[in-house]
Design a protein around this ligand. Structure first.
Ligand SMILES: Cc1cc2nc3c(=O)[nH]c(=O)nc-3n(C[C@H](O)[C@H](O)[C@H](O)COP(=O)(O)OP(=O)(O)OC[C@H]3O[C@@H](n4cnc5c(N)ncnc54)[C@H](O)[C@@H]3O)c2cc1C
Length: 468
C-alpha cells in the first residue's frame, strides 16, 4: 500500500456510515405512519425538498386544500438530507448548459431562478427557519492547465448575463484558500451560496405541519391506480384516495413505470471531517468560507460546515446495473477511499485530520441534467424528478411546476420549453449499463486531455447534455 492509501484508510477508520446533516440533534419528533383509509385533496409522495415545497406551496395557494404527505422513511432521508448544501439560482444545471440548450429562454430562466432563491430566503426569514443560509457565492478552481481557458470563457459568459465574477490567477486563488493544487479560480459573488440542508428540511417539515399539512413518515406508497375521479394509493397499512397526487420521489423505484426511462439513480459519495481547530483553520485561509468546486466533468464540491468541519464530496458517481438502490450501495469503500486520498492531495497541511461521517446519496439523473415534469392518470398525477445533483434551491421551482400541472394552471413556468420538452429517454437494460459506463469513460478522458471526443460531441448534438 502507498503512503497516501494508508493515510486515507487511517483517516476513514472511525467514520460513521451515515449522513452528517441528519446525525445531529434537532430533528422534529417522528410523525406516525399512516394506518387505515383516508381521503385528501392532494397527496404528496416523498418527504424531501421537492415534496415539502409542494405541500407548503399547495397550502399557500389554497389554504382550504387538504394536503397529505407520505415519506417512506424519515423526512430528509433522501438526497435532501445528504447533499453539499450548495444553494444555486440555476434552473439549468449551470449557466453554460442553459445557454447551450435554451438560449432564447435563458433570460426568463435566469429571472425565475433568481426570484426562486429570493423567495426561499424570504420564506425562511418569515417562518424563523434557521438553515444557516449565506449568500456567499462560490469559487470554481482550476487544477489542470486546460482548465484556465475554460475559466476565462466562464467568466465572460457570466459577466454577459449580469453575474458578479472575478477571475483569479494562481497566486490570488492560493492566497484566498491555500491548496498547492490550484492554478487559477473564478470567484462568483452572485448566484447563490450555502446552507445547512438538514436544518432546512427539518424547518420546512415543521412549517408544513404548522400550516396544516398532514405528514406520515415510515409510510412507503406501494401502488397507485385511478379509481373513478380519484387516485388510490396504497401503503403498507393504509389506503389514500386523493383528488390529485404529486410524485417527488427522486430516483427511487417510481410509482409510474414511464419514469424509469427518464431518470436513473447515480450514487454520489461524501465525507465530513471532524471540526478543525484554530491552527488547522489558519493553515487554510478560506476566510469567507464560500463553497468550492473544481472544474471538470468529475468534480469535487467542498465547503466548511457551520461548526467548521469540511464536507468533501463528488467525483466518483456510480451507476449500478438495473438501477439498484438498496442501502448497501451507500457505503462504497473504493469511492470513499479515493475521496479521502484526493482530500489530502488538495489540503496536505491537514494530514492527521479524521473523517467522522461517510455516506452516499442518490442523484436522480436525466439525460439532459434538468428535471422531467409531466402528468399521468388523466392529469390527476404530476411529477417533478431528475434534478441531477442541483436541486437544493431548484426543487422549489420544480414543486411549483408540478402543482401548476396537477391544478391545470397555464403559467409562465408551464410554458417553458425546459418544462414542456422531456429529456431523451435512457435505453433499457442490458444496454443502459454499458452506455452509462462508456459515457463516464469518455467524460474521464476529457478531464485528462481537455479535449471533447467524438462520442461526447455526438451526444451534445442530440441535446444529451454533459456540458455544464
Ligand atoms: C450526495 C449529493 C450531493 C448533492 N449536493 C447538492 C448541492 O450541493 N446542491 C444542490 O443544489 N443539489 C445537490 N444535490 C441534489 C439535491 O440534494 C436534490 O436535488 C434535492 O434535495 C431534491 O431532492 P428531492 O426531494 O427531489 O429528493 P429526495 O430528497 O431524495 O426525496 C425523495 C424522498 O422520497 C421518498 N420516497 C421515495 N419513494 C417513495 C415512495 N414510494 N413512498 C413514499 N416515499 C418515497 C424517499 O425516501 C425520499 O425521502 C445533491 C444530491 C446528492 C445525492
Amino acid at each position: 500500500m502507498t503512503t497516501s492509501t494508508l493515510r486515507a484508510a487511517d483517516a476513514l477508520r472511525d467514520a460513521a456510515p451515515r449522513p452528517f446533516w441528519t446525525d445531529r440533534p434537532g430533528a422534529p419528533d417522528p410523525w406516525p405512519p399512516l394506518a387505515g383509509v383516508t381521503e385528501c385533496d392532494l397527496l404528496v409522495v416523498g418527504g424531501g425538498l421537492t415534496g415539502l415545497w409542494t405541500a407548503i406551496e399547495a397550502r399557500r395557494l389554497d389554504p382550504a386544500r387538504d394536503v397529505l404527505l407520505v415519506e417512506a422513511r424519515r423526512i430528509a432521508f433522501g438526497a435532501s438530507g445528504r447533499n453539499g448544501g450548495f444553494f444555486s439560482e440555476s434552473l439549468t444545471h449551470g449557466l453554460a448548459h442553459g445557454a447551450e440548450l435554451w438560449p432564447s429562454e435563458l433570460p426568463t430562466l435566469l429571472r425565475l431562478g433568481r426570484e426562486n432563491v429570493r423567495e426561499i430566503a424570504a420564506f425562511l426569514d418569515d417562518q424563523g427557519v434557521d438553515a444557516s443560509l449565506r449568500l456567499c457565492g462560490k469559487t470554481v478552481v482550476a487544477t489542470r492547465a486546460h482548465h484556465i481557458p475554460a475559466l476565462e470563457a466562464a467568466a465572460e459568459l457570466n459577466r454577459r448575463h449580469g453575474e458578479d465574477v472575478t477571475l483569479l490567477d494562481g497566486d490570488a486563488v492560493r492566497a484566498d484558500v491555500r491548496s498547492p493544487t490550484y492554478l487559477g479560480g473564478l470567484r462568483h459573488r452572485s448566484g447563490g451560496g450555502l446552507l445547512d440542508p438538514g436544518a432546512l428540511c427539518w424547518g420546512l417539515a415543521r412549517a408544513a405541519a404548522a400550516c396544516g399539512v398532514r405528514i406520515h413518515e415510515e409510510t412507503p406508497a406501494v401502488t397507485m391506480r385511478r379509481v373513478g375521479e380519484r387516485v388510490e394509493v396504497t401503503t403498507d397499512h393504509g389506503t389514500i384516495r386523493a383528488r390529485r397526487v404529486v410524485l417527488a420521489t427522486n430516483a427511487y423505484q417510481p410509482l409510474l413505470r414511464r419514469l424509469r426511462h427518464r431518470v436513473i439513480p447515480i450514487y454520489d459519495h461524501v465525507l465530513v471531517t471532524e471540526p478543525l481547530d484554530a491552527a488547522a483553520l489558519d493553515s487554510l485561509g478560506w476566510l469567507e468560507a464560500q463553497g468550492l468546486t473544481d472544474l471538470g466533468n468529475q468534480f469535487h464540491y467542498y465547503r466548511r460546515t457551520p461548526d467548521d468541519r469540511i464536507l468533501w464530496g463528488g467525483y466518483d458517481a456510480i451507476y449500478y446495473f438495473g438501477g439498484r438502490t438498496d442501502a448497501a450501495r451507500e457505503q462504497r469503500d473504493a469511492s470513499h477511499a479515493l475521496l479521502a486520498r484526493q482530500f489530502f492531495d488538495t489540503f496536505p497541511q491537514l494530514e492527521g485530520l479524521r473523517f467522522t461521517h461517510r455516506w452516499a446519496g442518490l442523484i436522480d439523473s436525466t439525460s439532459r441534467f434538468t428535471p422531467v415534469f409531466g402528468t399521468a392518470l388523466g392529469g390527476r398525477v404530476g411529477y417533478a424528478v431528475g434534478f441531477t445533483g442541483l436541486g437544493v434551491a431548484s426543487s422549489r421551482f420544480g414543486a411549483r411546476v408540478a402543482l401548476d400541472l396537477v391544478d391545470g394552471r397555464d403559467t409562465e413556468r408551464t410554458r417553458l420549453e425546459l418544462v414542456r420538452r422531456k429529456p431523451v429517454p435512457f435505453p433499457p437494460e442490458p444496454l443502459r449499463y454499458p452506455v452509462v459506463q462508456a459515457t463516464r469513460a469518455a467524460l474521464a478522458r476529457e478531464d485528462q486531455s481537455g479535449r471533447r471526443g467524438a462520442y461526447l460531441r455526438t451526444l451534445d448534438r442530440f441535446g444529451i447534455g454533459f456540458n455544464s
